[in-house]
Design a binder for this molecule. Sequence first.
Ligand code: HGY
Ligand code: MN
Ligand code: MN
Length: 417
Amino acid sequence: MPLTAHAPLTIDEERFAADLSAMSAIGWTNESGMQRTTFSDAHAEVRTWFLDRARAAGLRTRVDGAGNHSAILEAADPRARTLLLGSHLDSVPSGGRFDGALGVLCGLEVLRSVRDAGLDLPMSLEAIDFTDEEGAVLGTLGSWALAGELTSDALASPRCGRDVLLSGLERMGTSEEGLLTAARDPAGLAGFLELHIEQGPVLERAGVAIGIVTGICGSVSFDIVFRGAARHAGTTPMDARRDAGLAAAALMLEVRETVTRDFAGCVATVGDVHLEPGAYNVIPGVADLKIEARAQHDDELDRLSAAITELARAQARRWDLDVHIESTGRWSPEPTDPRMRAAIAASASRLGLTVMEMPSGAGHDAQVMAKVTASGMAFVPSHHGISHHPDEYSSLEDCINGSNVLLGATLALAEEL
Ligand code: HGY
Ligand code: MN
Ligand code: MN
């Protein structure tokens, strides 16, 4: 009798809810939300917690050369391929409790539920927590390494600086060499599924329980440094200044105007501006901006990059400044796999959950994994669309729905093999 002929297998809600609460407390601070950035103590603590919970369930565990942490439920057949289920346990600074972490716990819960049910699937299952999805170091670092997409060039100038990278890898029990040798043979993979919060308002506004992701946006990020002349704020006439802060302010507004006017459906954000020396009575000689832009198509990313670069150069000319523009990352937009979308849809429908297809405005490990194996994503609603903020919230019911949909999609894929 096919697996999917019975009433849908569902997760152990009590166990899942208790783990969601315990996991959410690790790295949580009442004053500034979730502080689990890559290499932080809280990040290490939650990763240890994840492996402990896996072992408690009788699952094998592994940490690969990229520091990706996995729980594994092996198929009886040693030649079986592996279906990866997961996301990331690292957070942005002052982030939320659900971004990434929910997907890792849902992956673990799928393995535990399959094991509890005594099912012997024709594929091994691996719940994986990828290293540094959020980009404190590089962004999707662990999935890039596993996909074999990581290069030593990319590691030459990481966002966190080489020292932090090397010392952090050492603390994580690996090395740059380990990162570069963590690639998994795609022939051994049966696919990748990621359950994630939507991080936007679409599902909640539509009153829909599950989002079936059609494609994941691409993004580019830059570090733009304007250099002028730090001078006395009181004695330097207004027409004799080379004020780097003015270029930063003008560029922030111009980027918004340009993207809003010329790039429908795209977004751009200046997420950080740092002025030096940073004193009331000194004209800023240096302005360092961290900027990123996103689009659903590669050619739009190219045009966005060119537009931002030209705007920065024009502001440098206008305020008589030098400007240095460094690319700090590019993630190509990727469509999800139709077979994965169908498995998610079939699972949601067997559970009686409403669904809608939608693109992802957030980046994810799934867009990296899509380069080497069939990948799919399912979303659960985010309350008021809030994310990357302590107020990020998804209801327990929605989280349980997400885990059940992931379980059902896993069984539907096993059925196909
Ligand atoms: O930034 C993103 O889209 C993701 O949360 N890393
Ligand atoms: Mn995420
Ligand atoms: Mn995120």
